[in-house]
Design a protein around this ligand. Structure first.
Ligand SMILES: O=P(O)(O)OP(=O)(O)OP(=O)(O)OC[C@H]1O[C@@H](n2cnc3c(O)ncnc32)[C@H](O)[C@@H]1O
Ligand SMILES: [Mg+2]
Length: 204
């Protein structure tokens, strides 16, 4: 059974590949790249929208293929901004905004509150869609954001995020360290037994 990742985000793909023993195929390698409208009201809804869309297209394109689809919907929330950008993290600086636009908009929002740092947390919802059913799990990472960029590792908001218990930003920490403590790593730890269960069902 093939594990297909329903993301167009290269940073997520890199982290999933590093965290999964199984081979992970990007959906664009099988279907070509395209955008999916993420109009759900929650991380879980958006994760399901992405996984269902790719599962349906795979079924249409490769009817006899054997695969299940995993997606990740995630974002960063700041209590001082009433939870923003939250599920809108990818388009915080507007439709078509890139990681840098979003990062600097958030830095400016922190500065506009007269703050040098403030609590923040990442959320990830991972959805799994397969012929045996649909599943969603969540993970969180708490910490704080600062009013500047430090380091160039990770992706997205990582250069301004310092996880609880650390002095460095995720821009300064390696992927291996991030994966052990991240929202994505924690959600994937819950997804792994489901993946094992699906593989067992598939054999029997
Ligand atoms: O929807 P897909 O194709 O998976 O890719 P995306 O980048 O659009 O992903 P989301 O819709 O889930 O939006 C997530 C946003 O939150 C940010 N984000 C999520 N996880 C992150 C992480 O681990 N580190 C830094 N930023 C993260 C990311 O940069 C995006 O701006
Ligand atoms: Mg997206």
């Amino acid at each position: 059974m093939k594990l297909v990742l329903a993301t167009g985000n290269k940073g997520k793909l890199r982290e999933f590949r590093q965290m999964c023993q199984d081979e992970v195929v990007a959906f664009s390698d099988l279907l070509g790249a395209f955008d999916i409208v993420e109009d759900g009201a929650t991380f879980a809804e958006n994760a399901l929208i992405k996984a269902r869309t790719i599962y349906k297209k795979l079924k249409e394109t490769y009817p006899s293929g054997n695969y299940f689809v995993i997606s990740d919907d995630s974002g960063i929330s700041l209590p001082v901004l009433d939870g923003a950008p939250g599920i809108y993290s990818a388009r915080y600086a507007g439709e078509g905004a890139n990681d840098k636009d979003n990062l600097y908009k958030l830095i400016n929002a922190v500065k506009a509150k007269g703050l040098k740092e403030t609590p923040a947390y990442y959320t990830a919802a991972i959805a799994i869609v397969s012929q045996y059913g649909e599943y969603v799990v969540h993970g969180w990472m708490h910490g704080k954001v600062i009013d500047k960029v430090r380091g160039d590792k990770g992706f997205g908001y990582d250069p301004m995020f310092i996880p609880s218990g650390f002095e460095k930003t995720l821009g300064e920490l390696d992927d291996e360290v991030k994966s052990k403590i991240s929202h994505r790593g924690k959600a994937l730890a819950l997804a792994k037994p489901i993946i094992q269960m699906l593989r067992r069902k598939d054999i029997h």
